[in-house]
Design a protein around this ligand. Structure first.
Ligand code: NAP
Length: 305
C-alpha cells in the first residue's frame, strides 16, 4: 500500500553503466524508493562489487546483470534475463557513457581551469593541448553514447511496452549537447527541427561528423571543438529522445543533464556530489503520470535543447 492507501505496483528498473558514478547513485536512490533495480556493468567484478556494497547498505532489491552497450549478445542476454525474471520493464535509465578523448591529466590539472570556464565553453582553446580527440576515440564515443543507447532502447522497448504504469525512459545527456554550443547553423537547425528529425537523419549527421574528423575539418565545418565527439553524441542523443517520445506517447521519455558532477568522467573536476547529480535522472525515472515527455532537463528542471 502507498501513503494514499492504494495498492502500489512493484516497479522494475534497469540502469546502464551503474557500477560507479552517477549510475551507481541512481540505482541507490531508486532502490531506496522501493524500486527493484538491475545494476548493470560491462565488467562482472566491478558490477558485483558495487551490488554487494548496496546490499550491505540495506538494499536487497538491487540485482546485478552484466551489460556492455557495445555488445549485442550482452544486450540480448539482459533482455532474456528481464523477460524471464519480471516479464516486463518499467524504467530504463541509459546512463553508460564515455568522454571519448585522450587526456593528459597532469597537464589538465596544471591548467587549473575554473568551473565557470569549463561550463561556459571559455576553456575550449585552453584545453586543446591537454585533451586530444583521435578518430578512433571519436568512433568509440559515438558507438557508446549514441548507438549504445539506441541498441539498448530498441532491445528493451517490447518489455517497456508491457509496463502497466506507462514506462519511463531516461537518457543521461550533458550540457555539451545544448544546440547553442554548436557553431554550425545548418547542424543546429537540423537537430532542432523535431518535425523532420528521423534516426536516418541522425545517422547521416554522425557520418558527416566522422568524415570532417577524418579530413581534419571540424572547425571549418562548424562542429563543436570542446570534446567534439562527446558533444555531438549527446546532441544526437537528445534528438533521438524526441523521436522516441513521439513514437511512444504512452511512455515518458526524456533526457537529462545531471550537472557538473565529481566523477571519473571529468577527471574529478566536477563540483557537485553524485547524490546531487543523480537527482535529475531519478526525478525523470519517477515522473508522475501526465508528466513531460520528449523534454531536456537541466538537472531537475525542464530546459531548452
Ligand atoms: N560527471 C559529469 O559531470 C557529467 C556531466 C554531464 C553528463 N554526464 C553523463 O553522466 C553519465 C554517467 O557518467 P559519470 O559522470 O557517472 O561517469 P563515470 O563515473 O565514468 O561512469 C561511466 C559509466 O559508464 C560505464 N560504461 C562506459 N562504457 C560502457 C559500455 N560500453 N557498456 C556499459 N557501461 C559502460 C562505465 O563503466 P566502466 O567502469 O567499466 O568504465 C561507468 O560505469 C554519462 O552518460 C555522462 O556522459 C556526466
Amino acid at each position: 500500500m502507498d501513503s494514499s492507501g492504494k495498492q502500489s505496483v512493484e516497479k522494475y528498473a534497469v540502469v546502464t553503466g551503474s557500477n560507479k558514478g552517477i549510475g551507481l547513485e541512481t540505482v541507490r536512490q531508486l532502490a531506496c524508493q522501493g524500486v527493484t533495480v538491475v545494476l548493470t556493468a560491462r565488467d562482472e567484478k566491478r558490477g558485483k562489487d558495487a551490488t554487494a556494497e548496496l546490499h550491505s547498505a540495506g538494499l536487497p532489491n538491487v540485482i546485478f546483470h552484466q551489460l556492455d552497450v557495445l555488445d549485442p549478445v550482452s544486450i540480448q542476454s539482459l533482455v532474456s534475463f528481464i523477460k524471464d525474471k519480471f516479464g516486463r520493464l518499467d524504467i530504463l535509465v541509459n546512463n553508460a557513457g564515455m568522454g571519448g578523448v585522450v587526456v593528459d591529466e597532469e597537464h589538465l590539472r596544471a591548467l587549473n581551469i575554473d568551473p565557470e570556464s569549463w561550463l561556459s565553453g571559455k576553456a575550449t582553446n585552453i584545453v586543446q593541448g591537454a585533451i586530444k580527440q583521435t578518430y578512433e576515440k571519436a568512433e568509440e564515443c559515438l558507438n557508446s553514447n549514441y548507438y549504445g543507447v539506441q541498441r539498448v532502447a530498441e532491445a528493451l522497448l517490447p518489455l517497456l511496452e508491457l509496463s502497466p504504469l506507462g514506462a519511463r525512459v531516461v537518457n543521461v545527456s550533458s550540457l555539451r549537447s545544448e544546440l547553442w554550443r554548436i557553431p554550425g547553423e545548418d547542424i543546429r537547425k537540423e537537430l532542432a527541427d523535431v518535425d523532420t528529425l528521423t534516426e536516418e537523419k541522425i545517422d547521416a549527421i554522425l557520418k558527416r561528423f566522422l568524415h570532417a574528423m577524418k579530413e581534419n575539418k571540424l572547425e571549418e565545418d562548424g562542429w563543436s571543438l570542446m570534446l567534439p565527439a562527446y558533444s555531438i553524441s549527446k546532441a544526437t542523443l537528445n534528438a533521438y529522445t524526441r523521436i522516441l517520445a513521439k513514437k511512444h506517447p504512452n511512455m515518458l521519455i526524456n533526457c537529462v543533464h545531471p550537472g557538473y558532477v565529481n566523477t571519473d568522467m571529468n577527471w574529478h573536476t566536477g563540483t557537485l556530489t553524485v547524490e546531487e547529480g543523480a537527482k535529475g535522472p531519478v526525478k525523470c525515472a519517477l515522473l508522475p503520470d501526465g508528466g513531460p515527455s520528449g523534454c531536456y532537463f537541466d538537472q531537475t528542471e525542464v530546459a531548452s535543447f
